[in-house]
Design a protein around this ligand. Structure first.
Ligand SMILES: NC(=O)c1ccc[n+]([C@@H]2O[C@H](COP(=O)([O-])OP(=O)(O)OC[C@H]3O[C@@H](n4cnc5c(N)ncnc54)[C@H](OP(=O)(O)O)[C@@H]3O)[C@@H](O)[C@H]2O)c1
Length: 375
């Protein structure tokens, strides 16, 4: 506990561990800023930073836009200029403490004269961790929100965790984050009895899928989907042409049944056909899914968009390898046809996988539900 002087003589205690309301708001704002880096920062984390004056006014904001580009703290410090001195930096992720493609943010903050730093999430990546220790050693007051039990702090931490879920999960689990995307009828069907599935969802939903694809570094399907639908698996613009950086395409195909003229093998993007011959097989004789994710992680891939089909998705779910579900729900009913998940091993309700609803977003006549999945 420090004291602050009022006038010439009187002193009052200042509780430096007190999280101020404007700092809580700033964490939420920093999480919003961080989201702007989704899709362009991989394999780096998304990070947002807000600089507050001692009076609680915002004097600078920034986010990490691109791997190799300036970090959020550096962008916010540049925006604040002289107002950075004595300011509080509110960050979604612990400032980095190492020299990578850019110098450490911990030293940039101390050099600018920042006096207080509020950190929502500790950096789990050991080479860059230690930013809070560096700041404290330099005399900066650091508030680590991770273990706080008050509701406001926990909500702020949850926002910072959620916006950076891809990188945080990949770093903590040492495997890519897996988003399972599916388009289904309201009775949970992904193809009709005759095998037709194009299109269950609206043009608006399908356009959003291309936004999603542009934010990941890897897309994946099973051989069943390749044989049934012959998808190209590319990011395409409104005219239907491949646009921008294309994620790696992965086909899970135990016995290399992918036809040589399959569209997924065209020259629009790179493709990896993962076979048992290359990776070894799991106990059931099929491709070892953890081995696939391990290989992808070693190759620097951090975010897989799993686009089906029902058998591969069920196998991922059973293996505890789905982190979130993005479900496009179309206002149609089939009453027959393929289910969204097939071949799963849950036999009794007590063993059900649990999901927490994060977002509901309308796309034309459809809605997109985003759930986080717990193991
Ligand atoms: N509406 C949608 O969003 C959507 C999306 C995608 C697909 N679909 C529909 O889904 C249908 C195709 O689904 P599907 O279930 O037949 O095929 P799938 O899930 O795409 O592929 C399943 C196949 O993957 C291979 N595989 C290799 N390793 C595996 C593992 N460890 N676990 C599970 N599978 C493994 C297996 O074949 P091998 O043993 O030969 O390797 C398996 O039969 C089509 O009707 C398609 O239209 C709908």
């Amino acid at each position: 506990m420090l004291t602050s002087r009022i006038g010439n003589k009187q002193t009052v205690p200042v509780n430096l561990a007190l999280l101020r309301p404007e700092e809580v708001r700033a964490v939420h704002r920093a999480a919003q800023l961080a989201a702007n880096g989704a899709g362009t920062v991989l394999p780096n984390p998304v990070v947002g930073c807000v600089l507050l004056s001692p009076g609680g006014w915002t004097v600078g904001e920034g986010f990490h836009e691109r791997a190799g580009g300036p970090h959020a703290e550096v962008v916010a410090l540049a925006a604040a200029g002289q107002w950075a001195k004595g300011a509080t930096a509110v960050v979604t992720l612990e400032p980095c403490n190492h020299t990578g493609r850019t110098p450490p943010c911990s030293t940039a903050l101390t050099a600018a004269g920042v006096s207080r730093v509020v950190v929502a999430v500790r950096d789990p990546w050991l080479p860059a961790a230690g930013g809070m220790d560096h700041l404290r050693a330099a005399g900066v007051v650091v508030l680590d929100l991770t273990d706080r039990t008050d509701t406001e702090a926990q909500a702020a931490v949850a926002a910072a965790e959620d916006v950076n879920r891809v990188w945080l999960t990949a770093t903590r689990m040492q495997r890519p984050f897996v988003s399972w995307k599916v388009g289904m009828t309201i009775d949970g069907r992904v193809a009709a009895a005759d095998g037709t599935s194009q299109w269950i969802t609206s043009a608006e939903s399908r356009a959003d899928v291309h936004v999603l694809r542009a934010q990941v570094d890897t897309m994946m399907v099973g051989i069943g989907t390749v044989l049934a639908d012959d998808p190209q698996l590319t990011v395409r613009d409104e005219s239907g042409r491949p646009a921008g950086t294309q994620p790696l395409r992965v086909v899970i195909d135990s016995n290399r049944r992918t036809p040589p003229d399959a569209r997924v093998l065209d020259r629009a993007a790179e493709t990896w056909v993962a076979t048992t011959q290359e990776l070894g097989s799991a106990q059931d004789g099929r491709v070892d899914l953890p081995a696939v994710l391990d290989r992808l992680y070693q190759l620097g891939r951090r975010h897989v968009l799993l686009e089906g089909g029902p058998r591969l998705a069920a196998a991922f779910l059973d293996a505890g390898l789905i982190d979130e579900a993005l479900i496009y729900l179309a206002p149609t009913l089939l009453g027959a046809g393929r289910h969204a998940l097939e071949g799963g091993l849950v036999a009794t309700l007590a063993d059900a996988h649990h999901a927490a609803l994060r977002e509901v977003t309308p796309f034309g006549p459809d809605i997109r539900l985003r759930y986080s999945i717990s193991r």
